[in-house]
Design a protein around this ligand. Structure first.
Ligand code: ADP
Ligand code: ASP
Ligand code: MG
Length: 402
């Protein structure tokens, strides 16, 4: 069997944890399996590096940020290979350059284009455990890129797909995917299985247990994913196309605090204004989600939308620059907001799901600023301070807990 195993930052945070992972992988290796290990940076390394950059230059270029952040993963793979070697297991560490993991050019948010497998295959053929850096890639300029926060999951899935691995295991600091973030709702229940589609929505809407692109890629290449604990040897959660268990009404509730709202007020109501505003943002690679537009009064209307909080400065800059040409009276923003979402394939055939969610929020006195829905999810925008309370109230209303 060829197994790709990915360990997150907390799973390799210190010497003890590194050895714990190394021993576990060595056991699987000794059973005759081929093992590829994908690692994140140790503990809070990535956050610390970002802070360090900020202390030097508040507006550091994305290229230099990637150059800096990539060292975190390089450190963990080297130490892991050393740990394995000290246990008498042949191992080699490789970074994105050595493997040649080609990505798009976009620093800070690159996507894989293709990955060369020759080097990894060669090392596996010579019976080594191959320890590969997560999160990083190489673009057409031969520059280091990164895949966005949490991107090591995507490296693992991409390698599992390209190597045609028998399993892709994501080891983390919780025991699997839960009905809510167990740190916010201690009564959250571990799911045995979840579909790619539900997991993709949960991940996109704040459940950082998996990087959303890793789920997208797993679905595309049909890679069954297992999320499990790096500390305890217990059953985790399988993410796959279809689940056997009876579909639950909703599978989970999640919150995303990395959210900001921007309102473009007094826009002249004539055809094409929406196109001009959102085209401008798209051209600047700014991702928009929920959009709300008011009914026009005196020939003017208001358009509000949400974006990731870390994209706010850039979005405001872009809009303010174009303020006159897009004929806008005023631009407002709000940072202290959060998205709270419920996700579940069961809601397709069950009316009243949204109403139940809104009732739970009403009972807690939480007001809703914006709403958006799809076939399998409902998202509301609330005050950031209410987000955790909202998650717990909704979790209880749908009786998702133990
Ligand atoms: P890693 O460093 O292993 O990649 P992350 O911190 O990225 O770990 O992701 C694991 C964290 O995701 C958990 O500690 C948990 O707090 C959080 N999380 C959010 N939503 C969920 C959920 N629905 N199920 C499990 N964990 C969740
Ligand atoms: N080290 C990176 C981060 O902290 C990538 C990852 O953990 O997946 O975002
Ligand atoms: Mg992660």
């Amino acid at each position: 069997m060829l197994i790709v195993k990915k360990f997150g930052g907390s799973s390799v945070a210190n010497r003890e944890r590194i050895f714990c992972v190394a021993k576990r992988c060595a056991e699987d290796y000794k059973k005759g399996n081929d093992i590829v290990i994908v690692l994140s940076a140790m503990g809070d390394t990535t956050d610390d590096l970002m802070e360090e950059a900020k202390s030097i230059n508040e507006k550091a270029s994305k290229r230099e940020m990637d150059m800096l952040l990539a060292i975190g993963e390089q450190k963990s793979v080297a130490l892991m290979a050393m740990a394995l070697q000290s246990l008498g297991v042949p191992a080699i560490s490789l970074n994105a350059f050595q493997v040649m993991m080609h990505t798009t050019s976009r620093y800070g948010n690159a996507r894989f284009k293709n990955i060369d497998i020759e080097r990894i295959q060669h090392e596996l053929d010579s019976h080594k455990i191959v320890v590969v850096t997560g999160f990083q890639g190489v673009n057409k300029y031969n520059d280091v890129t990164t895949l966005g926060r949490g991107g090591s999951d995507t490296t693992a899935v991409a390698l599992a797909a390209i190597l045609n691995a028998d399993a892709c295991e994501i080891y983390t600091d919780v025991e699997g995917v839960y009905t809510a973030d167990p740190r916010i709702e201690p009564k959250a229940r571990k799911l045995k299985e979840i579909t790619y589609d539900e997991m993709l929505d949960l991940a996109t809407l704040g459940a950082k247990v998996l990087h959303n692109r890793s789920v997208e890629m797993a679905k595309k290449y049909d890679v069954p994913l297992i999320v499990r604990s790096s500390l305890k040897s217990v059953e985790g959660t399988t993410v796959k196309e279809e689940v056997k268990v009876e579909k639950m009404l909703i599978s989970g509730v999640t919150a995303d605090k990395n959210t900001a709202r921007i309102s473009v007020l007094g826009v002249k109501d004539k055809p094409g204004v929406e196109f001009r505003i959102f085209n401008l943002l798209a051209k600047n690679n700014i991702n928009i989600d929920t959009i709300l537009q008011s009914v026009s009064e005196d020939g003017r209307k208001d358009i509000s939308f949400t974006i990731a909080q870390d994209a706010m400065r850039e979005t405001l800059e872009v809009l303010n620059e174009a303020k006159d040409s897009i004929n806008v009276r005023k631009i407002e923003y709000e940072e202290n907001v959060a998205k709270v979402s419920i996700v579940g394939a069961g809601m397709i055939s069950n009316p009243g799901v949204a109403a139940k969610m809104f009732e739970a929020l009403y009972d807690e006195g939480i007001s809703i600023k914006m709403i958006s829905t799809s076939e399998i999810r409902v998202t509301v925008l609330v005050e950031e301070k209410d987000a955790d309370k909202a998650v717990r109230a909704i979790h209880a209303a749908f009786a998702l807990g133990e």
